[in-house]
Design a protein around this ligand. Structure first.
Ligand code: NAP
Length: 416
């Protein structure tokens, strides 16, 4: 069916009713590859909300690295996660309006303005009721391990995923922060027990996770140094509250590829030691916490540089997920490696309250139109972005949706 992109921002039905079809960006198994090829616009059916589910009219969506992985089909195809659907509608961040509620939903009603957190788990799993929903066998990241994400006119979510939209934010600002900010919140506040006075090293401090890790450190009274790949990103992370930045270009030799000869490895370790010295100079001592998501290239440095008894907290591996490092630095200095994955609804709510109070602000690099979803992911794949990218879906232009005064997003004016 031909798709009229002019009409994506309008819907022909009243709240409470759903149309039969909607416009969506779709990945299919047979075309997995670079985002520019894998993601295509299609007209598909609109899902009905089942028990404790809600269908939200998407006003804006947020772009995350997870749908770069979804497009690539790496490290695993998302169709392994949801084999019952032959399409993947990605998108793990949204702001929007509740359009239809399923049976059993009482806390939310049609017309409420919301943002969506991206953790799903079955209500029937016992882990949800006392341990942590992230421990449940049914746990999935919505819009990555499930379909019906936010790169469409409507998305389908569990009612527990809903959070009140901060009133002072536009639709695009509100859609931009959830996944990366809530992940950074759990990593630092819950997993690494961030305290006032701590010293923190943040890799990719100008990226989606990093801009929030940097702000959280400043808010908590911890000193952070941010690693970045350009002076412009360095200026951004200092503006977000970092004590200083390090341009990783100066220490390119410390990045681990995994196939170094013994001589090359010796040289790599020498550069890594220089880097550790620089970190200490900036922070006054070695970091108590290293905020990791780069993986193979940086992990040996993270384990080396963190203070004795310090913590390396990791949630991703952009440069490769097979990690190797000199384990002597770990056991002799009694360091800890902590895995972390997104956040539970309680953590998302507490973190969202800090945004509602303007203590943490979204960092928006670019707002793009619905037609640009594949291009936005391609920019991210090529690391030509900074901060976050938002996509207008139901909103007809930027700046809409704000209903209260407030400082809004920090604009990150660097990148491509
Ligand atoms: P992002 O916006 O692309 O930011 C990552 C930053 O890492 C980039 O800005 C880049 O900064 C830096 N970087 C990239 N490659 C690097 C390399 N080879 N060496 C050193 N630095 C490098 O992505 P993000 O949203 O922050 O996500 C980062 C990773 O975490 C992704 O792999 C994502 O899938 C994962 N993640 C996991 C979770 C979870 O819940 N498990 C949640 C969010 C994200 P510079 O070029 O400026 O150094």
């Amino acid at each position: 069916m031909p798709v009229d992109l002019q009409r994506v921002s309008s819907v022909d039905v009243q709240p409470g009713e759903l149309p039969e079809t909607m416009t969506a960006w779709v990945i299919r198994h047979e075309r997995e590859g670079e985002p520019k090829d894998a993601m295509q616009i299609e007209q598909i059916e609109v899902p009905e909300p089942q028990a404790f589910e809600v269908v939200v009219r998407v006003m804006a969506a947020g772009v995350n690295f997870n749908n770069v992985w979804a497009a690539l089909g790496r490290p695993v195809s998302v169709f392994r996660y949801h084999p019952d659907e032959d399409h993947h509608v990605g998108g793990s961040d949204a702001s929007g309006i509740i359009w239809k509620v399923g049976p059993g939903v009482t806390r939310w009603k049609v017309g409420d303005e919301v943002v969506v957190h991206c953790n799903q788990a079955s209500y029937e799993d016992v882990e949800v009721h006392g341990l942590d929903p992230l421990a449940a066998p049914s746990q999935r990241i919505w819009g990555y391990e499930t379909s019906w994400g936010s790169f469409a006119q409507f998305c389908k979510v569990q009612a527990q995923q809903l959070l009140s939209k901060p009133e002072h934010l536009t639709w695009e600002e509100a859609a931009s922060y959830g996944l990366t900010y809530f992940t950074a919140y759990r990593m630092l506040i819950d997993q690494a027990d961030l305290q006032a006075g701590h010293r923190v090293l943040i890799w990719g401090a100008g990226g989606g996770l990093g801009v929030f890790a940097t702000q959280l450190c400043a808010l908590a009274g911890a000193d952070a140094v941010g690693v970045v790949s350009s002076e412009e990103k360095g200026a951004l992370v200092r503006r977000l509250g970092a004590v200083d930045h390090i341009n990783r270009g100066e220490f390119a030799g410390m990045m681990r590829t995994g196939d170094e000869t013994p001589d090359q490895e010796k040289q790599r370790v020498a550069v890594m030691r220089q880097f550790a010295k620089r970190v200490k100079q900036i922070l006054g001592d070695a970091p108590d916490i290293v905020f990791e998501h780069v993986g193979r290239a940086t992990f040996p440095t993270s384990v080396f540089v963190v203070k004795p008894f310090g913590k390396v907290v990791i949630c991703g591996a952009t440069s490769g997920f097979q990690l190797d490092f000199d384990v002597r630095y770990l056991w002799m200095r009694q360091k800890q490696i902590i895995g972390s994955h997104f956040a539970n609804a309680w953590q998302c709510t507490k973190a969202n309250d800090l945004v509602r109070d303007s203590k943490i602000r979204p960092v928006l690099w670019r707002t793009m139109g619905f037609q640009d979803v594949a291009e936005a992911h391609q920019l991210m794949y090529e690391n030509r972005h900074s901060g976050k990218i938002a996509i207008l879906v139901g909103a007809t232009g930027g700046g809409q949706g704000r209903t209260a005064e407030g400082p809004g997003a920090i604009m990150a004016e660097v990148g491509a």
